[in-house]
Design a protein around this ligand. Structure first.
Ligand code: C5P
Length: 231
């Protein structure tokens, strides 16, 4: 695998043109990129293929959650686009996750598959309301274990959860953390953030970073600064 930094730049743009303009100012040797629901819904799978063709490893962040057959087929379709990583909701259950893993394992080169445990936007009250017993932390722990037992490669988690999850899972279990802000960067709507260096020290394997790079006057310089901070 090519040696890229742990940074995954979130391409949170409303149009293909805006995403490609930013991409032209980044370097696939330095970062990977994440395409989420807004950009995918607006620009479609063609954009994913065009970003892959530019040499970038793409994390397709569509958080699949459906019956096992449907999710396995969707993961297979995402793999056909050439993405490096994709994700599902762990709360879709063991059957859904193992179906996806098995479908991807049948391919010559298997993209990474990770799980969302509990959305960080859900608090204790929200969880109780949808019928999840226990605290958010307990649910994160349980669902990360279920994802690992189902053969997934890792989970998306808050940097605050990284240390505990790292202690509970082997070194090659991927911990992909948003909510990362370099020293001095604007928080935006993120509340509990960590610096890139602290997130890696806590056990994160990859850092999802959006606005500190995408909204910077010089995105490549901002990316370089983050990578320097990690050294
Ligand atoms: O711009 P910023 O660095 O806040 O972008 C973070 C990215 O990570 C966004 O794409 C956001 O949707 C995603 N994300 C997050 N918090 C989560 C899960 C995903 O910020 N808990």
């Amino acid at each position: 695998m090519k040696s890229v930094s742990p940074v995954i730049v979130a391409l949170d743009f409303p149009s293909e043109a805006a995403a490609l303009e930013l991409l032209a100012r980044l370097d696939p040797a330095l970062c990977r990129v994440k395409i989420g629901k807004e950009l995918f819904t607006r620009a479609g799978p063609g954009l994913v293929e065009r970003v892959v063709a530019r040499g970038f490893d793409v994390f397709l962040d569509l958080k699949y959650h459906d019956i096992p057959n449907t999710v396995a087929a969707a993961c297979d379709a995402a793999a056909d686009l050439g993405v490096w990583m994709m994700n599902v909701h762990a709360s879709g259950g063991r059957g859904m996750m193992t179906a996806a893993v098995e479908r991807l394992a049948a391919r010559a080169s298997r993209p990474r598959l990770i799980a969302v445990t509990i959305l960080t936007s859900l608090g204790a009250g929200d969880l109780a309301e949808v019928g999840f017993a226990g605290t958010p932390a307990e649910n994160v722990r349980r669902l990360a274990r279920l994802a690992a037992d189902s053969g997934l490669d890792g989970v998306v988690c808050s940097p605050r959860e990284a240390a505990e999850l790292r202690a509970a899972h082997p070194a090659d279990f991927l911990l992909v953390t948003p909510g990362v802000r370099p020293g001095g960067a604007a928080l935006g709507d993120q509340k509990r953030v960590m610096t890139p260096r602290d997130a890696i020290a806590a056990g994160a394997s990859h850092l999802v970073i959006g606005r500190p790079v995408t909204a910077a006057p010089d995105p490549l310089a901002a990316l370089h600064a983050i990578i320097e901070e990690l050294k």
